[in-house]
Ligand binder design. Structure first.
Ligand SMILES: [Zn+2]
Length: 151
């Protein structure tokens, strides 16, 4: 049994990089069952003209490609913000084992708010969910971004 090591610092650096690109600063990291970093990504919806290019979706796609698999059993996902309903559904579809997220998102979140995707009877897979990981840092990046964006 190894000690828990949070990878939220890496997700936070992806969020900062997204902000520098003018994207909503959210970052995500996928960790393999062996603890290896499989993928890391930040939001790229503007750059790619793709409303589905959320950090979680990009990280899940890259991790699946790396493992040559349509699913990610035994993997962990770290994301700086509570996943939206779309990403929550993708997390469920990908069979990710554990979800760690930072800031809570009462407005657009889909885990603890809104449709609460994992608790819905249609959800085929519910990961273990750990919220509030480095939440203050995750919130600060978002607050700064939106304050500077909309004075
Ligand atoms: Zn999303």
């Amino acid at each position: 049994m190894s000690a828990f090591k949070s990878h939220m610092d890496l997700a936070l650096s992806e969020a900062r990089a997204a902000a520098a690109r003018g994207e909503v600063p959210v970052g995500a990291v996928v960790i393999g069952p062996d603890g290896a970093i499989l993928a890391q990504a930040g939001n790229r919806t503007r750059e790619l003209n793709d409303p589905t290019a959320h950090a979680e979706i990009l990280a899940i796609r890259a991790a699946c490609e790396k493992l040559d698999s349509e699913r990610l059993p035994g993997c962990d996902l770290y994301v700086t913000l509570e996943p939206c309903p779309m990403c929550s559904s993708a997390i469920s579809q990908s069979r990710i084992a554990r979800l760690y997220y930072g800031a809570s998102d009462p407005k657009s979140g889909g885990v603890a708010h809104g449709p609460k995707v994992f608790d819905h009877p249609q959800s085929h897979h519910k990961p273990d969910v750990y919220d509030g990981i480095a939440a203050e840092d995750c919130e600060a990046i978002l607050k700064t971004f939106f304050r500077d964006k909309r004075p």
